[in-house]
Ligand binder design. Structure first.
Ligand code: NAG
Ligand code: NAG
Ligand code: NAG
Length: 316
């Protein structure tokens, strides 16, 4: 990933250097190095606020790309036109392969011109999108944070059999078709932080990471046994919702369960452990957050016996 990012930057850098210098554009290799370090695609910041996100946006690749291409100050358009196809998806197909820019969007542009495609990753952050754009079939990672998407349609992710990660942080999503994600055989990470979701749809059992924090999930928002068969689910983040129960059963692989700032009032003895089997140990689950809930953890001391660490929450 990093290698192709550097490659990508190299191409932009060449394109910029090739253009005659102007007052308005003063990119240099220093700047790009700094940006690359700031922009770590895979480091997950769970506490990301909208403000931090906006700062991040100014340093991400797609914005740089867009700034160069939309600048009115560039005296010659020909240089950047020439370099455009090389910037896109060059790693999987030749630059002249038809359809290399991805499917056509409603805006009349192929997805990889409207957004940015790097290898099989599609970046559409901060593009005022009202809907998920049609994605190339080979897409593995899709980022569309800070847009205005209100609904996820069943067809949006249909037939994307390679898709592993979807990040739709900070949109206006209030509705998701029940089968929108169900047909994705390789989906592992789903980030829906900061939306308006009341009902979590069916998710594939391949999930490893789910973040639906800062939404409107209530008591009926999560189906019974929703996470039971997710054998590789490590992180489940449901912070800042309106949940009044812990979604059980929790898969054995779970390492982090964040439920702070919900409305959980009581805990059952067997939520984490098994009172009938005192030898049972749930070793993986080291990080449970229950602070910001009206639950008194001291009332159920037996409920934590099998855990490596006590949950964080009210003990009085
Ligand atoms: C979702 O699909 C419906 C038809 O099922 C369509 O009318 C609507 O425009 C679509 N919404 C988006 C955001 O694509
Ligand atoms: C998905 O694939 C099926 C069968 O190949 C096809 O009938 C359907 O139209 C495709 N859906 C979309 C949204 O491309
Ligand atoms: C919390 O539970 C403990 C143990 O049952 C009890 O002594 C304490 O009074 C409870 N605190 C509140 C605020 O209910």
């Amino acid at each position: 990933m990093k290698t192709s990012a550097i490659f990508f930057l190299g191409l932009i850098f060449k394109a910029v250097v090739a253009a005659p210098p102007t007052d308005s554009i003063s990119y240099d290799s220093e700047t790009y190095n700094v940006n690359l370090e700031d922009f770590n695609l895979y480091d997950y910041d769970e506490n990301l606020t909208v403000d931090q996100g906006e700062i991040e946006i100014r340093t991400v690749l797609p914005t740089e790309h867009r700034q160069i291409h939309s600048s009115q100050q560039l005296p010659e358009d020909s240089d950047e036109e020439e370099s455009t196809p090389k910037l896109i998806d060059g790693s999987t197909q030749g630059p002249t392969t038809p359809g290399v820019l991805g499917p056509q969007t409603n805006a009349g542009l192929p997805t990889c011109l409207l957004c940015t495609c790097l290898g099989n990753t599609v970046y559409c952050d901060d593009h005022e999108l009202a809907a998920v754009p049609p994605l190339p079939k080979q897409t593995t990672h899709f980022y569309s944070r800070y847009n205005k998407i209100g609904k996820i349609n069943k067809s949006d992710f249909a037939n994307l059999s390679k898709l592993k990660k979807i990040d739709l942080t900070s949109n206006f999503i209030s509705e998701i078709d029940e089968d929108a994600f169900g047909g994705l055989p390789q989906l592992e990470e789903l980030v829906l932080q900061d939306n308006r979701i009341r009902q979590l749809p069916e998710l594939p059992d391949t999930m490893t990471f789910i973040d639906v924090s800062l939404n409107k999930l209530g008591s009926k928002g999560i189906k019974p046994e929703a996470f039971k068969d997710m054998k590789n689910l490590h992180n489940l983040y449901l912070t800042d919702n309106n949940l009044d129960h812990i979604p059980i059963p929790l898969p054995e692989a779970l390492q982090a369960l964040h439920l702070q700032n919900n409305n959980i009032q009581e805990l059952h003895q067997d939520t984490f452990c098994n009172t009938k089997d005192v030898t049972y140990a749930r070793r993986a689950l080291e990080d449970i957050r229950l602070d910001g809930n009206p639950v008194n953890l001291s009332k159920t001391p037996q409920a934590f016996m099998c855990l490596p660490r006590l949950p964080i929450g009210r003990l009085i």
